[in-house]
Design a protein around this ligand. Sequence first.
Ligand code: HEM
Length: 407
Amino acid sequence: MLSQKSIEIIKSTVPVLEVHGTEITTVFYKNMFEAHPELLNIFNHTNQKQGRQQTALANTVLAAAKNIDKLETIIPVVKQIAHKHRSLAVKAEHYPIVGQFLLQSIKEVLGDAATDEIINAWAEAYGVIADVFINIEKEMYAEAKNQEDGWSDYKNFKVIDKVVESECITSFYLAAEDGSFLPAFIPGQYISIRISIPGEQFLFNRQYSLSTSPNKKHYRISVKREAEISKPAGKISNYLHDQIDIGDIIEATAPAGEFTLNNLSENKKLVFLSGGVGITPFMSMVNDIADKQLNLEIDFIHAARNGKVQAFKTELQELKNKIANFHLSYLYDNPSEEDQKDIHFRKTGVIDTEWLKNNIADKNADYYVCGPVPFLHNVIASLKEIGVNDASIHYEFFGPSVNLENE
Ligand code: HEM
């Protein structure tokens, strides 16, 4: 428990942190990686370079500071981050390292304003916050390991198939190298994969949604080739597309994440809205619905640049034949003549309020949205405009959470 004095100090430093939060975490990462370069095996180098992780950490520390006397209110957010941490094999012993460098950077940025009293209060508060994470993550590791055929860290997987799904998306089918079965997962969850690239000093990891329904034999991930190989974001996806083949070994952690279907009901339509490779978790969900022959009405709306870059056209057609009430719509930014002849083609352009109002507008439905950040912003704003309430909108984007207020 923090003393009342420390709570007051922490709360009074929130305005300072709001001004310097990102600066502090930027200095923090720089110093921490200089002293502990081995942590670059865990962190996503691209997120570091783009400053996204700095913002995510700063936001979380701020949210925690604001709620230091009632930390239970941020538990849902902690759980979501803990899924990511568990998926990346972040361990309890890493927390003191983060704590040490976080305090040092507060001192460095605030200078004389960071009195011993302030630093001591923050040391205490960090300890309390870190314990919340460590305890939740400990439970998650135990849960992953105790599942039938479960494991808790990275494990070797063999690529047993590689399927080109579109001009830019390729699927990799992964089976445990030791031949063991795979534990069940909840459709919508993701795995972390880790690879070593020749000539690179550190390992690289990435999270990919599982794109097919649970089965004991293999996982499928579907990877978009990022256009620019020269940019760090493209390094892993291009390596996977160009260099990883059937028979190769990739490390992976057990499925994690909370973007899953909730409260399914035959009286409640499900609306899936995806942009580009954001289609992947929905492929898992819809395949699962088909496997289980659930009697659900589904509107599946997918936005892409055009039919050539769109993945899973044939598979979606098969799913349509398996699920009685499955309505499929494609919206393309830049459709070819052939695209426009597709019976599922609906509109040239993006998913907007007007289209949703005329075609979907069901306030009782549950909406699941996945895609890049601008897509999410636009679609969620449109859903709100047509009167869908917040509780019926579920979403996930790929990358660190930028703003806790939106969680
Ligand atoms: C991701 C907060 C401790 C490693 C994140 C995210 C947040 C966060 C907000 C983004 C989650 C998302 O993507 O949705 C915190 C807080 C910590 C803490 C508040 C301390 C109380 C640690 C520790 C490590 C770590 C000890 C390991 C050394 C990572 C990594 C990611 C991540 C590798 C994934 C993002 C990336 O690679 O850029 N953390 N974290 N974190 N965290 Fe932490």
